[in-house]
Ligand binder design. Structure first.
Ligand code: M1P
Length: 245
């Protein structure tokens, strides 16, 4: 059995919204030279490159961005998906209302990001600083703002997949076209391989959940990490041979 490693990026390989740390970069660069590795993120390719650097994004087997709706191989776009369902006026009006009526402590602008095959929305806005993100995260924990709106959208739009990806936002994609879509693509021609997936949002409602579920169903291995430091420790153990997979 061969292993194929798949990693979420934000908070799994890097601190949230930040660049990979030097020690993690050294370890990960060595790891991808010896192992088959794919990356998958809700973010777009440009942000993934900003976080990890072009050496890593070019050396892995493939980088799935926008929840798997884009694929870059050796830093070149190889595939993309687009969906008209995400252009619904009713959906955009619901999103606008959610943002206007939100009681978030601060609004920083850039609240709706239309990406390839998905939309990312945030009441505090994507211009939030690291400090403002923490404030929103606390507000969201106490008020479940994102969960309440995600549940509302899931009930109203059953053809859409709504998930809570990072610290401040919600990801919206078409059902079947979130992270789980990469599973069969990665295994094509390698059906005898085992997938080992690292993500920080593998629980129900998180944007790693759909992929984690498929991996577990197929006897793969899922590491639901709390932060990139967890990932680092596990990789170090695999690297040192202290942990066999
Ligand atoms: O990769 C995880 C998430 O990262 C960002 O989330 P947030 O800004 O809420 O921390 C977004 O790019 C989101 O789409 C993505 O899923």
């Amino acid at each position: 059995m061969k292993n194929i490693f798949v990693f979420d990026v934000d908070n799994t390989l890097t601190p949230p919204r930040q660049k990979i740390t030097d020690d993690m970069k050294t370890l990960f660069k060595a790891f991808i030279k010896k192992n088959k590795v794919y990356l998958v993120s809700g973010s777009d390719f440009e942000k993934i490159v900003w976080q990890l650097g072009r050496e890593i994004t070019g050396d892995v087997q493939g980088v799935y961005g926008c929840l798997g709706n884009t694929l870059h191989i050796k830093n070149k776009l190889s595939h993309l998906n687009e969906f008209s369902e995400l252009e619904s006026l009713e959906l955009l009006n619901d999103i606008k209302k959610y943002i206007n009526e939100s009681l978030t402590p601060v609004k920083t602008g850039n609240h709706v990001e239309i990406r390839i095959g998905m939309i990312n929305i945030s009441t505090i806005g994507r211009n939030a600083s690291i400090e403002q993100r923490k404030i929103y995260s606390e507000f969201d924990k106490q008020n479940s703002e994102r969960k309440i709106f995600a549940d509302f959208l899931s009930n109203k739009y059953p053809k859409l997949d709504i998930s809570i990806g990072g610290e401040i936002s919600i990801d919206i994609s078409v059902k079947g076209h979130a992270k789980e879509q990469i599973y069969n693509k990665i295994l094509r021609g390698e059906e005898d391989s085992t997938i080992i997936f690292f993500g920080d949002r593998c629980n129900v409602g998180g944007n790693d959940h759909s992929l984690a579920k498929l991996v577990k169903l197929d006897n793969g291995i899922v590491f639901n990490v709390d932060s990139y430091t967890d990932t680092k420790q596990i990789l170090q153990r695999i690297w040192n041979g202290d942990c066999t997979i």
